[in-house]
Design a protein around this ligand. Structure first.
Ligand code: NAP
Ligand code: ZN
Ligand code: ZN
Length: 372
């Protein structure tokens, strides 16, 4: 007997860039009928680059360490777009994207201690960690090789409900605006985490390349952190807005002359773009001992002149999102310093229009889907 809208009669093992390697055995037939049935109504893309379509799937019993979240809002990150288009070669279809979730706990497993039904929570890129590797034990769960990404071999937040391991579910503090909070759970922590990891100082001169979803939050965080902030943008129309969001200066990210005007200026540069830029030119804008840090998923290999690194003792690095404790720290910082994503709200049912808007490059600055 077919029990479901989509028949998943197989075991999938994924062991790629994101290192996910728990096999999921998806049950079907009578066995499934005997479990407590729960239908989740979502929007899924059925093939690479396809449109979102209504899609329902059945879950089994909630695991002892899992929670189920009623989704109120879910931000759209550029990584959702990369996943639905299978740019990273990781996607499995039907694909329910969405990993900037704000919602309320609707059910919890028997072992879950720290969350109650009705608690307002957030869920970001990860929806579970192995819990026993070195990274997990030292508080770097976002570096766990077996971490479960929310939208890789797992259904995400473009839905009425989403499930996750409680260890990855973050309580949203009072005083945070819920409509705009979703983007903090992925984009926000991704640009906040490097400030913590690399001890960025309030006296540092920091640049952000790309003022989109991540970049506009980076400007706000860096300004509140006390830094001198430069926004590199390729969009002339964003210059004045970048100044309002916390930049002290703006430069054109594709204009050689403007980039050269900043030679030897920065202690730290965060790149949020997903395209290739003239990285050697950007390295020349670093002070000695400066760092060019990538959070944007630029797919083209870096073509770096090593002498620029050697002579100035400069560094190049990258990082993924942030650990649960860093997300909590970031939310508290955002609440205190009034860091708030600037959002455009769409009803969840208008998900295809929302993605067209993101693809047009005109989103200012983060699109959020609402179930309300
Ligand atoms: P987004 O909102 O689309 O912003 C990207 C920005 O890059 C654009 O707003 C634009 O800024 C700039 N840009 C785009 N095309 C460009 C071009 N041809 N030349 C120069 N600049 C260009 O995307 P997002 O959601 O912020 O995500 C940014 C990247 O971070 C994506 O690759 C995403 O997958 C990745 N990401 C990584 C992590 C992580 O854990 N490391 C987490 C979340 C997202 P201007 O208009 O200012 O030029
Ligand atoms: Zn993301
Ligand atoms: Zn681990």
């Amino acid at each position: 007997m077919q029990y479901n809208v989509v028949n998943f009669g197989r075991t999938i093992v994924l062991r790629q860039v994101f290192g996910w390697q728990h096999p999921i055995t998806l049950i079907q037939g009578e066995e499934a009928m005997n479990k407590a049935k729960q239908i989740i109504n979502a929007y899924a893309v059925l093939e690479a680059g396809g449109q979102f379509e209504p899609f329902s799937y059945e879950t089994g019993e909630l695991g002892p360490n899992e929670v189920e979240i009623d989704v109120l809002y879910c931000g759209i990150c550029h990584s959702d777009l990369s996943m639905i288009e299978n740019e990273w070669g990781l996607s499995q279809y039907p694909l329910v994207a969405g990993h900037e979730v704000i919602g309320k706990v609707s059910a919890k497993g028997s072992e879950v201690q720290n969350l109650e039904q009705g608690t307002t929570v957030g869920l970001g890129w990860h929806s579970g960690y192995c819990g026993h590797c070195n990274s997990c034990k030292t508080g770097d769960q976002n570096l766990c090789a077996e971490a479960q990404p929310t939208i890789v071999a797992h259904h995400g937040g473009f839905a009425d409900k989403v499930r996750a391991d409680a260890s990855s579910v973050i309580v949203i503090p009072e005083g945070i605006d819920l409509k705009s909070a979703g983007p903090l759970l992925c984009g926000g922590v991704t640009v906040f985490n490097p400030l913590v990891q690399f001890d960025v100082k309030s006296t540092d001169n920091v640049a952000v390349i790309g003022i989109g979803g991540l970049g506009h939050m980076a400007l706000q965080f860096l300004n509140a952190w006390g830094c001198k902030v430069t926004a590199f943008t390729s969009s002339e129309s964003k210059r004045s807005e970048a100044l309002n969001m916390g930049a002290h200066n703006t430069l054109n990210s594709r204009d050689q002359g403007e980039i050269e005007s900043a030679t030897g200026s920065f202690d730290f540069i965060i790149s949020t773009v997903n395209v290739k830029l003239d990285w050697n030119l950007y390295l020349s804008t670093l002070k000695p001992k400066g760092r060019l840090h990538f959070v944007g998923a630029t797919l083209e290999p870096l073509d770096i002149e090593v002498f620029s690194l050697i002579m100035g003792q400069k560094s190049i690095s990258g990082s993924p999102v942030g650990s649960p404790i860093t997300i909590e720290m970031m939310l508290e910082f955002a609440r205190l310093h009034k860091v708030k994503p600037q959002i455009e709200l769409y009803p969840m049912s208008k998900i295809n229009e929302a993605f067209d808007h993101l693809k047009s490059g005109k989103a200012k600055y983060r699109i959020v889907l609402s179930n309300e």
